[in-house]
Design a protein around this ligand. Sequence first.
Ligand code: MN
Length: 321
Amino acid sequence: MSNLDTHPTLSTCGGRAGVPGEPVRELLKSRDVQLGESTMVRRLLPSLGRRMIGAWCFVDHYGPDDIAAEPGMQVPPHPHLGLQTVSWLREGEVRHRDSLGSLATVRPGELGLMTSGRAISHSEESPVEHPPLLHGAQLWVALPDAHRAVDPHFEHHVELPVVTGGGLSATVIMGTLDGAASPGTAYTPLVGADLTLAAGADVRPPLEPDFEYAVMSMSGEAEVDGVPLTRGGLLYLGCSRSDLHIRSANGADLLLLGGEPFAEEIVMWWNFVARTGDEIVAARAQWETGTAFGAVHGYAGERLHAPTLPATPLRARGRVR
Ligand code: MN
């Protein structure tokens, strides 16, 4: 998915200074963002209160939306740089096309993982014939400096490990949880897991004390470390936890995101993750002139144009979290 803000602001994030060493409970609220003509998403990251969770730097949650009589998701070709996109669905289908020639239809329970490396472009759309409901999350993972220029590639994993017990069914989307590892290629220690809780579930999945974590609700209500969590909320949990107490009276579907605090400072603008404003300016020019990022074939429509750059210089202005 693309950041379709017409006036995106520059966001500086990363670095360990804003990461609490101890467990915390910070409940952050999503904000509604219009994505294209038909899709409204809840943006949970970056938020005013927090910019990253490990290497996770962008989280949009959408649906469930009834798109039976609508085209559904229609995100035209757009570029990415310095990140991975993680597509996770609970309902519906999303068709992915990219500048490498990949064509894949991602379905619930499957991982669509695109590593942009130095440059890629892609489109995402609901197929013409699609299921009536669309519900999912689009997440970005920042690539560390040592790997951010890797060759772009796309992975579609239809089988992911599932850890079960005590009313919890945890699908490991990225990284490792409780010894189960996702087949998706990761470049920093992290985890992304779907936690499906049965009614009456009372569980304590194990965590890595060196990671920072957050939990959001895709649907339903749960109590996470004693804090009530509903859809539209992201509970940031800090570090130094060896497990996490989660209960749900009526059942819920949560996403657990975590990772080693991202030590490098990054600069985010539109669909790019870089290290300097100059890199952003260059990437924007390359997309607009068609000199990098390749071309997506088969999407019925024009590619996206990059928004106008902010008038102020794209300069990192100190750490903001
Ligand atoms: Mn995208």
